[in-house]
Design a protein around this ligand. Structure first.
Ligand SMILES: NC(=O)c1ccc[n+]([C@@H]2O[C@H](COP(=O)([O-])OP(=O)(O)OC[C@H]3O[C@@H](n4cnc5c(N)ncnc54)[C@H](O)[C@@H]3O)[C@@H](O)[C@H]2O)c1
Length: 442
């Protein structure tokens, strides 16, 4: 069965979640264009989730995002609607297209909605038992040729497939957040996987405009294989520095160095907060279950015991976690001993920054280097300066840099990634780093 035929009846499970809604949007747009270009076919997108309110929110999200997308595609719409004399203004075409997008969508709480689907995307919670149960139900309900593309970010595919009795019919389709924007798609092919599914997954990635990085079926894959160990390095550094400077300063310093001195978009604790301290713990647990590699942090457990979870609001703003945020700015650090946030005022920041020593000149930042044509040269110069000097800040940065490289090389050695270039691609595309961790800068 070819891709176009499979796309005629698609389901998304967990469609109202963070990832599910983005995947639903990508598919809804694709199906609408296909419907307009293949008038003899029908296309149906079944969006399934367990909450009515969330499904209503999903429709609102699809309408808003489809409108924005259509406004950028006016020339394409003009071509598509060339024979529609009733549509004259751009706004009319945009409205008509949004109507088309929603025409093919139906929402519901029951899996039965997916009964004729031959392509099912799964983006429900990262819980093994839940996913296995869903796959068993789908296998019983759907046509035998149904394939599942799961967004799991850590659970080995062969474990899910064997437990659900669907070996060969499932592949890891790991979109990055937000799926409609992020170009990276990690495809995890388990050892037993129907060649038609492999072919279809690659073809669809191309249709959706994604850049694929293949990953092997080892818990955490490439993205979390690096992120979890990078986070654990930061947490260990905090425990070490806390002896000398206290916990609050240690969190602030490690976060600052991993952002400003490594020229990353976010410090490691802001990133853990963004993903969610609870999600970070959950993924660590999954990976530790399968890898037994010391992937555990008592500090993460302590934060969660105290109810400090991080995460994002429905509009994408950061919730307080290790750090406290005000309109995206970091304004405090959580002190787990006193169970409160310590506010960061200017004098405190100045005094704490001085503990690091001077930042290498010229002061580069992640933001200033975005799309800089001389990026490589500038990074080379910056890290050469780091190599030649020593200060507490430089030593912290070097240790983090080298730990990240070591993790990446291990991912290749352990057979998670095919090559160092693939790990670099995941970090630059999926995590927006300016440079891949495997390089000759340091
Ligand atoms: N959030 C991320 O940055 C990210 C990135 C990559 C991959 N992932 C993976 O994507 C998946 C979803 O993560 P998320 O962050 O979108 O989670 P989420 O909590 O935002 O969404 C999960 C959705 O699944 C729904 N759900 C739960 N049980 C269900 C059931 N039985 N039937 C139908 N729907 C059900 C929930 O109501 C919710 O809307 C996970 O496997 C996660 O590991 C997440």
């Amino acid at each position: 069965m070819d891709l176009n035929t499979r796309l005629q009846n698609v389901a998304v499970i967990g469609s109202a979640g963070k990832m599910g809604s983005g995947i639903s949007l990508l598919l809804a747009l694709e199906l609408a264009y296909r419907a307009l270009e293949n008038k003899d076919r029908t296309y149906l997108l079944n969006l399934i989730d367990v909450h009515d309110a969330a499904l209503q929110g999903l429709i609102r999200y699809l309408r808003e995002q489809a409108t924005k997308d259509a406004e950028k595609q006016v020339s394409r719409l003009r071509r598509i609607y060339a024979d529609r004399e009733d549509l004259v203004e751009n706004g009319e075409m945009v409205q008509e297209f949004v109507h088309e997008v929603l025409l093919h969508v139906r929402t519901g709480k029951s899996l039965a909605l997916a009964k004729d689907s031959t392509l099912v995307f799964e983006a429900a919670f990262e819980k093994e038992d839940l996913k296995i149960g869903l796959y068993q139900e789908l296998a019983a309900l759907c046509p035998p040729e149904m394939f599942i593309l799961t967004n799991t970010s850590s659970i080995p595919l062969h474990v899910l497939a064997e437990a659900a009795g669907i070996s060969g019919r499932i592949i890891g389709y790991h979109f990055y957040n937000p799926p409609a924007v992020q170009k990276l798609l990690e495809i995890i092919t388990p050892e037993v996987c129907d060649p038609d599914l492999q072919h279809l997954a690659a073809e669809l990635a191309q249709v959706l405009g994604k850049q694929v990085v293949p990953s092997h079926d080892i818990a955490g894959f490439i993205g979390n294989g690096h992120f979890m160990r990078d986070g654990l390095h930061g947490l260990r550094e905090v425990e070490r520095l806390a002896q000398e400077h206290g916990f609050v300063k240690a969190v602030y310093l490690v976060d600052k160095v991993s952002r400003d001195w490594l020229l990353r978009p976010m410090g490691i604790f802001q990133l853990i907060d963004y993903v969610g301290v609870d999600v970070f713990q959950l993924i660590l647990r999954v990976m530790e279950k399968y890898l037994q590699d010391g992937l555990h942090s008592p500090l993460i457990d302590r934060y969660l015991e105290l109810g400090v979870k991080g995460g994002q609001t429905s509009s994408g703003a950061q919730k307080d976690g290790f750090l406290k945020y005000d309109k995206g700015r970091i304004v405090g650090v959580y002190d787990h001993e006193h169970r409160e946030y310590v506010a960061l005022d200017e004098a405190w920041i100045k005094a704490t920054d001085e503990l690091l020593g001077p930042h290498p000149e010229p002061k580069l930042s992640w933001k200033s280097l975005q799309r800089d044509p001389e990026l490589d040269q500038k990074l080379r110069g910056f890290f050469q300066k780091c190599k030649e000097s020593s200060s507490p800040g430089i030593e912290l940065a070097k240790a983090h840099f080298l730990a990240s490289r070591e993790t990446s090389l291990r991912l290749v050695q352990d057979g998670v990634a095919n090559s160092a270039e693939d790990v670099n691609k995941v970090l630059t595309l999926g995590f927006f780093h300016l440079y891949g961790p495997v390089n000759d800068y340091l």
